[in-house]
Design a protein around this ligand. Structure first.
Ligand code: NAD
Length: 380
């Protein structure tokens, strides 16, 4: 028996942030990063809360790849605030930090006050990539390790997809995050847990990203493209929340912990190599993964007279959008120091093997496979 679930209510299109006017509550805690405060993005939301007479506190200390120390400070803030509404405003880092803060702090506050219940959790993504607004994942950094925590309690209640919040995303972050979303959709599509429901969302998401990504990258003011990519990112999020991911993400988490390379960029660099590895074209038999990648090529209208051709076409198409968006194709091009990289390969391979995403990879992997892949991905 399989299960497919979509929990958050999703409000989308221009001005969907106005949903906040329907909020009921006395006290809100806003969890965000300093950019959202300095840029004034937060003000639109604060005005709505003020007009409704909802008292609020702002916790704006979130940093990219949120470290557990920041989560701990956020938990203290929530213990003091005891909000009945929490709004996460920001990229995946702010939403992930909010998820862990809410889950842990609710438990602590409940132990002190049995009347306290989990606050309503509203997530407003300001990047189009992680899908965190609809997933039960929260990726937290412990020292030099990024750990994906997975629990239904982490799921937001409401997701607001208002593309006005992504207009200012710089082009390189637009590229990193959109290819992150593409990786989610592709990994969900080839995952061992994929099903008709996740396929539908993954397929649509992949098609939209190939159609609109370069438009959004080249012109951030192209609101049609921005909105499409914002929706695609969320759809890919629902797909992978149900089908899970694979070693692309396990390896990206290991890389991100060791080198703080932006998560989406790490995923992008790994993607062509991981597809090639998973497709395993050397064997006599066509693998399930190779057939699935080839199906994606067909969906995109790429040449795929044979399964093998389809896999190569998909890899080429991905490399084209990477080149067009100035995304490095290797870790060397991403300016990762070779000596340091080699010294960390073993521990990164260990981390990737232990990552939850590895379980759902379409090809069974060994630590040695991951080590070899890391060497390949570094590049000449
Ligand atoms: P991010 O949240 O780390 O933000 C990256 C940078 O972009 C920050 O400096 C931020 O201030 C800036 N930024 C955000 N919105 C902006 C805007 N509208 N205009 C200008 N600048 C803006 O980046 P991200 O890629 O969204 O999130 C990455 C994190 O999400 C990683 O830790 C990754 O592991 C995690 N992640 C989580 C999930 C999940 O399901 N929970 C999935 C994928 C990734």
């Amino acid at each position: 028996m399989k299960k497919f679930s979509i929990k958050p209510n999703i409000y989308f299109q221009k001005s969907s942030v106005e949903y906040l006017k329907e909020l009921r509550g006395k006290k809100a805690l806003i969890i965000t990063d300093s950019f959202m405060v300095q840029s004034g993005y937060i003000n639109r939301m604060l005005r709505i809360l003020e007009n409704k007479g909802i008292d609020y506190e702002v916790f704006s200390d979130v940093k990219p790849d949120p470290p557990i120390e920041i989560v701990a400070i956020g938990i203290k803030k929530m213990q003091i605030t005891k909000p009945d509404v929490v709004i996460a405003l920001g990229g995946g880092s702010s939403i992930d930090a909010a998820k862990s803060i809410i889950m842990i702090a609710t438990d602590i506050i409940f132990k002190e006050d049995n009347n306290y219940t989990k606050p309503l959790f509203v997530a407003i993504p300001t990047t189009s990539g992680t899908g965190s607004e609809v997933t039960d994942f929260s990726v937290i950094t412990f020292g030099d390790k990024k750990v994906p925590l997975v629990d239904e309690m982490l799921l937001p209640d409401v997701a607001i997809l208002d593309a006005d919040f992504v207009k200012s995303v710089p082009s390189q972050i637009t590229a990193d995050t959109a290819i992150d979303a593409l990786t989610h959709a592709i990994e969900a599509y080839v995952s061992m847990e994929a099903c008709d429901f996740t396929d539908a969302l993954a397929e649509k998401s992949i098609k939209i990203i190939f159609e609109y990504f370069l438009r959004a990258y080249r012109n951030g003011e192209d609101m049609e493209a921005r909105e499409k990519i914002h929706n695609a990112s969320c759809m890919a999020g629902v797909a992978f929340a149900n089908a899970s991911l694979g070693i692309n993400h396990s390896m990206a988490h290991a890389l991100g912990g060791a080198f703080h390379i932006p998560h989406g960029r790490a995923n992008a660099i790994l993607l062509p190599y991981v597809i090639m590895y998973n497709a395993n074209l050397q064997g006599n038999e066509e693998t399930r993964a190779a057939k699935r990648y080839s199906e994606i090529a067909k969906i995109l209208g790429l040449p795929s007279p044979t399964v093998k051709d389809g896999v190569f076409s998909l890899i080429s198409a991905i490399k084209i959008i990477m080149k067009e968006s100035n995304t490095p194709l290797t870790l060397k091009q991403a300016k990762i120091d070779k000596r340091e990289f080699i010294s960390k390969i073993d521990s990164m391979a260990d981390t990737a093997m232990k990552d939850r995403c590895t379980v759902y990879n379409p090809r069974v992997v060994t630590k040695e496979d991951i080590r070899k892949l890391f060497v390949e991905v570094y590049g000449e």
